[in-house]
Ligand binder design. Structure first.
Ligand SMILES: *Cc1c(COP(=O)(O)O)cnc(C)c1O
Length: 364
């Protein structure tokens, strides 16, 4: 790692691979011999069109996305997709089911519930238990247009280790884990993800959607704004209007980098190793405790507490002084949270575990 860089455990925006940041820095004044920065050129220019194309192609390759899916680059963050999902899928069939496994899942359900004439149903929820586990024994209506879930719960640190077995199309918010583990895209009707956790700077949102669903425009609610209609970007190769060129360009570099590392299978192994290091320590610690059900643990976001607010605060302060930054937990959980996305080197997790051991010796 570069001197004076820290290990940043932020939940998002979060770390990017240092190699990519350096490449961005090198390219900044003169991209691909154009004499201008990627942020200064037309989105219809040759160099940018090549970026748009390569970024899409690499994402298809990395996630093994079949041809019958669109890959879209849109704006507005994952939060805008909370509206896009009902807008684009409930034009005919008004029924949709939601699994409420965390704060973002709850927001997605709230958004869908705002619109008149829709029949929005909760198929399962762990809200009453502070989202400490993934809801099981789901009540998914077999005639629903889709069931929505958040595959990895960023704030609470749980994830679906297995996805529901259902014939109802699954729509998944994968913002905080996309490209961190192998998935079978065919298991989903739609996948969406904001870029700022595992892919790129904030500003671009990825939508992977089955073409038959998007092309059937009867699925779109009549009042859906043009810019929120997936078909708008699908018909225009995500160039209907000015795209967020810079984050898409960084995404392309991150995809290249990930491919060089061996793709999703390779990074999954490292991610599992990183999570195991941290969880093994927590499970054997007398001071630190996990806050979630063991079988539902995320390997991206790992919350932990001492049970003593003052001690938690002391931990965060002393860790920061050691270059282990942004470990303060989300206000809904408290304590600490280590977000260890793809770009967090294993050395960062090792250093965190060493620091936790030292802290426990001194304060346990
Ligand atoms: C961060 C996050 C969001 C919100 O993303 P924005 O891009 O800020 O709208 C939604 N869902 C999940 C799972 C997230 O981690």
């Amino acid at each position: 790692m570069e001197q004076n860089r820290v290990y940043n455990f932020s939940a998002g925006p979060s770390m990017l691979p240092e190699e990519v940041l350096k490449e961005v820095q090198r390219d900044m004044l003169n991209y691909a011999d154009s004499g201008m920065s990627i942020t200064e050129m037309s989105h219809r220019s040759k160099p940018y069109m090549a970026v748009n194309e390569e970024a899409q192609a690499l994402l298809r390759e990395l996630l093994n996305i079949p041809d019958n899916y669109y890959v879209l680059f849109v704006q507005g963050g994952a939060s805008t997709q909370f509206a896009c999902v009902p807008f684009n899928l409930l034009g005919k069939n008004k029924k949709a089911d939601y699994i409420i496994s965390g704060n973002f899942a709850n927001k997605a359900w709230e958004e869908a519930s705002r619109y008149e004439g829709l029949d929005i149903h909760i198929a399962g929820s762990s809200k009453a238990d502070k989202y400490t586990y993934i809801p099981k024994n789901l009540d998914i209506r077999p005639d629903a247009a889709y069931v929505h879930l958040t595959s990895n719960n960023t704030i609470f640190g749980t994830r679906f280790n297995e996805f529901p077995k259902t014939n109802v199309p699954i729509v998944a918010d994968m913002s905080s884990e996309i490209l961190s583990r192998e998935i079978n895209v065919n298991d989903f009707a739609v996948i969406y993800a904001g870029a700022q956790k595992n892919i790129a700077p904030a500003g671009v949102t990825i939508v992977i959607a089955r073409k038959d669903l998007v092309d059937d425009t009867d699925n779109v609610l009549p009042y859906c704004p043009t810019m929120l209609k997936w078909k708008t970007q699908a018909d225009n190769d995500s160039l209907y209007n000015t795209p967020p060129c810079f984050p898409i360009y960084v995404a392309m570099l991150v995809f290249r980098h990930l491919k060089k590392l061996g793709g999703v299978a390779a990074i999954q192994k490292v991610n599992e190793e990183k999570a195991a290091l941290l969880y093994d320590f927590i499970d054997n610690s007398k001071l630190f405790k996990s806050t979630v059900a063991k079988e539902d643990r995320s390997i991206m976001n790992i919350p932990f507490v001492t049970g003593d607010l003052d001690l938690d605060a002391k931990f965060v302060k002393e860790a920061t002084a050691e270059g282990l930054c942004t470990l303060k937990g989300h206000k809904l959980v408290g304590g600490m949270r280590a977000s260890i996305y793809n770009a967090m080197p294993i050395e960062g997790v090792k250093k965190l575990v060493e620091f936790m051991a030292k802290f426990e010796r001194e304060n346990g």
